[in-house]
Design a protein around this ligand. Structure first.
Ligand SMILES: [Ca+2]
Length: 446
């Protein structure tokens, strides 16, 4: 009963029982030994061996109270192999699962769909690239693209490809790709040249005369273009980094036409001409703007160089004056009696030389002192010079110069009290009192 209790001890119960049983047997052995010695010669010869034999037999039997447990252990041991058997079984299952994985892999490979290779409609060139419709667009795929020549690609939700960012007149190749889970990737290219850029046609500002030629500023200059030029009449052309055109080597008062060109990769070439003007030292015709901001009213190439062209000052320089100042209005002037073309300048010098005449009250002095259009060589026209103004600028279908219908002074003296003037309402030239205040229009010759 004691042994049974011990056997029911948990965990360490078994080893504890063995220890106690061992001690029990040891004590029993000692007792038996002592008893055998004490009863030597009698029963000990028979009993002692029997007790010892019994102990040897009992010892295992003492351990047997736990025998059921011992029996259970083998049984458990049997179960363990059984469990061990299960484990291999499970192990067998694992390979089985492992076998399934490759099987799945094999299945995936066999299900990869064919690639969708993009196809395209007709390309349409744009200023900075092109557009093209994907013919076989499908929203089931993810579309992307890249383009050469700095082009960027956008694929719309309807499959319209827009390539932009490409320079004018430049070819770009877009590579379009399709991706979709479970499908092979697709790719295709499409190429188009962007629209050739419009020509930059040069425009020009106002010309200015220059030693040996003339200059003119390009109004729409752009450093993005390459500029060049040639000129007629042996002119050479240079275009500065700011667009100033200089034409050199052209004789004074000789017409020259410069042809300026623009070139730029991807753009149509541009060209424009600029012809030297009267104002910039070219030849002049009646009606042309002159170098002093006025209008050419007379041209005579048979006259000496320097007085072949006559220019009337702009209307802004027009005033009203008496012919000479104060007491001089009844005094003859030494000199200004010329009436023909080419005498006005000297007449003016003569009147200015008359003491007492001032600009505020003398037509000739006013003209002499005028600075207009950058010029200071203005004078009061002679009788015949004034008539050329009337004839060529005023009495025409399309009058020029802003002249009035009133009367204009000439620099031609009639006598001590009178000088010549012209009525623009009729063209009549009459001599009138030097004290009359009438229109004055300065002129110059060159
Ligand atoms: Ca005189």
């Amino acid at each position: 009963m004691f042994a049974v209790d011990m056997c029911h001890l948990p965990a360490t119960g078994g080893s504890t029982f063995v220890l106690i049983a061992g001690l029990f047997l040891l004590v029993a052995g000692v007792i038996v030994a002592r008893w055998a010695l004490a009863s030597a010669g009698r029963l000990s010869v028979v009993v002692a061996p029997l007790v010892l034999l019994g102990g040897l037999v009992l010892a295992p039997q003492v351990a047997d109270p736990c025998a059921p447990a011992t029996t259970t252990v083998p049984s458990a041991t049997t179960t363990v192999p059984s469990a061990t058997t299960t484990v291999p079984s499970a192990t067998t299952t694992v390979p089985s699962a492992t076998t399934t994985v490759p099987s799945a892999t094999t299945t995936t490979t066999s299900l990869v769909g064919a690639a969708l290779t993009p196809t395209f409609g007709s390309t349409t060139a744009t200023a900075d690239g092109f557009t093209v419709q994907i013919s076989n667009y499908s929203a089931l795929y993810t579309w992307a693209g890249a383009a050469t020549a700095n082009g960027s690609v956008v694929v719309s939700g309807t499959g319209l490809i827009t390539v932009s960012g490409v320079a004018a007149g430049t070819s770009s190749t877009a590579t379009i790709t399709t991706t979709r889970t479970g499908y092979a990737g697709g790719t295709a290219t499409v190429t188009q040249t962007s629209v050739v850029g419009a020509a930059l046609t040069p425009t020009f500002g106002t010309q200015t005369a220059a030693p040996g030629g003339f200059q003119v500023q390009i109004s729409n200059y752009s450093a993005l273009y390459t500029w060049g030029g040639t000129a007629t009449a042996s002119g050479s052309v240079a275009v500065s980094g700011t667009g100033l055109v200089t034409v050199m080597g052209v004789a004074y008062r000789t017409s020259s036409t410069a042809t300026i060109t623009t070139t730029r990769t991807g753009y149509t070439g541009g060209t424009a001409t600029v012809t030297r003007t009267c104002a910039s030292g070219g030849s002049c015709a009646v009606g042309d703007p002159g170098g002093g901001g006025g209008i050419i009213f007379y041209v005579d190439m048979n006259r000496p160089v320097g007085s072949q062209y006559f220019e009337a000052a702009p209307v802004g320089a027009e005033v009203q004056r008496s012919w000479v100042t104060g007491a001089n209005q009844t005094a003859a002037v030494a000199g200004p009696d010329g009436t023909v073309i080419g005498t006005g300048a000297q007449n003016t010098i003569d009147i200015v030389a008359q003491s007492g005449n001032v600009a505020a009250t003398s037509a000739a002095v006013y003209c002499s002192e005028l600075v207009s259009g950058g010029q200071s060589d203005w004078f009061l026209p002679s009788k015949d010079e004034l008539n050329q103004i009337f004839t060529n600028l005023y009495n025409v279908s399309s009058p020029l110069g802003g002249f009035s219908i009133g009367a204009y002074w000439s620099s031609s003296e009639f006598d001590g009290d009178f000088a010549w003037y012209q009525l623009f309402n009729s063209g009549s030239q009459i001599n009138v009192s030097k004290g009359a205040t009438i229109f004055v229009r300065p002129v110059r010759a060159f």
